[in-house]
Design a protein around this ligand. Structure first.
Ligand SMILES: *Cc1c(COP(=O)(O)O)cnc(C)c1O
Length: 350
């Protein structure tokens, strides 16, 4: 909890002139949405994907503005959006028509999404003036704000980010409304993208938006530490294989530990041999395939370890980015993928 608060402060330090909408979609990137919202109560707003998530936040007593990044202003959502004071994204002409044709208990603030190059959601820059005019005229709309999403902010060398920012500026020139461009990568890497609202996600959880750097190297504190313990230690003889597929063969007699974690818990099955695991604080390499409930590690660097000894899979002492790289994925997927059978323990410090 303290790390979440610390990382939010880091966002404030980097973006002193901006409001912060803390992105807590996908169950707070796997950390538990309500607990994350409570730690981040100093954020100016929360952003989630769906109205279902927003309703959960409202039911738990959250009164912050809530922005919906995924569920737009569709017909089926509008009455709940208006009732719960949610701010939808408007990214299609169906949304405009729904807003024009419904009768809402109170008008809503909306975010007009502009597609500046991600080519996922949003209006073409040339459609913006027409869409803006219709929204401003609409009785169900109180304020119109503008948002775009960057496709390459995680790559500091990529020239596309500057092009997207320029195109956004041209698209909104002359219109009134709050502006928002920056995800974590842009918050750290592109100060010129900050504008009225920033939208940090991954950096709040202490992980890096950049491929080549860890969260810690970006001045962040890791929030989730995934731990387990040793179930068994065995001596395996030279020439014997370990695990499914017998993919790994001992080159000499050596101790191997079996650890209680697997893809059933969200540990990535594609983690390659050599993926680091911390046993008693010592880095040892994964060997053999990841099973549903177990992994095996080469204990030669930590030969005295016994069943019950503590193991860290990622988090404090072992950056999640390193494990992600070895599994050919990104930290986002590992954090979001921790499964329900893993028990969560909330830790705070004053
Ligand atoms: C998820 C999301 C973010 C947060 O991105 P991070 O890379 O995690 O900082 C920001 N904006 C939108 C539209 C998103 O969907």
């Amino acid at each position: 909890m303290a790390a979440l608060r610390y990382n939010l402060q880091q966002v404030s330090r980097l973006t002193p002139a901006s409001h912060i909408m803390a992105v807590i979609k996908s169950d707070g990137y796997g950390h538990g949405m309500l607990r994350v919202a409570s730690a981040l109560s100093k954020a100016d707003a929360f952003a989630v994907t769906s109205s279902d998530e927003a309703i959960k936040l409202r039911k738990s007593g959250i009164i912050h503005p809530i922005i919906l990044l995924g569920d737009g202003a569709g017909k089926s959502e509008l009455s709940i959006i208006s009732k719960e004071l949610l701010q939808p994204t408007v990214f299609s002409f169906e949304h405009i028509r729904a807003l024009e044709q419904t009768c809402l208990p109170r008008p809503v603030d909306v975010w007009l999404k502009i597609d500046t190059g991600m080519h996922r959601l949003g209006f073409h820059p040339q459609e913006v003036s027409e869409v803006y005019a219709r929204l401003v005229r609409c009785d169900n709309v109180s304020t119109v704000n503008f948002m775009t999403h960057l496709a390459n902010a995680d790559d500091r060398e990529n020239p596309m980010t500057d092009l997207q920012i320029d195109l956004f500026d041209t698209s909104v020139a002359g219109f009134a409304g709050q502006l928002s461009i920056a995800n974590s990568g842009a918050i750290i890497g592109w100060p010129r993208s900050h504008r009225n609202w920033v939208r940090p996600g991954i950096m709040l959880y202490g992980a890096s938006p950049f491929l080549e750097k860890t969260g810690e190297e970006n001045g962040l504190r890791s929030v989730m530490t995934l731990t387990s313990e040793i179930m068994a230690v065995k001596m395996i003889r030279k020439g014997e294989a370990v695990g499914y597929g017998s993919t790994w063969v001992c080159s000499e007699e050596m101790p191997v530990a079996v650890i209680a974690i697997g893809y059933g818990d969200g540990y990535p099955r594609h983690a390659q041999m050599g993926t680091p695991v911390l046993v008693n604080g010592v880095r040892v390499p994964l060997v053999g395939r990841v099973s549903m409930d177990m992994i095996t590690v080469d204990l030669r660097k930590c030969p005295r370890a016994v069943p019950g000894d503590p193991v860290v899979l990622w988090g404090t002492g072992l950056p999640v980015e390193e494990v992600a790289r070895k599994a050919e994925t990104i930290s986002y997927e590992l954090l979001c993928g921790v499964t329900q059978r893993v028990s969560f323990e909330e830790v705070d410090e004053k």
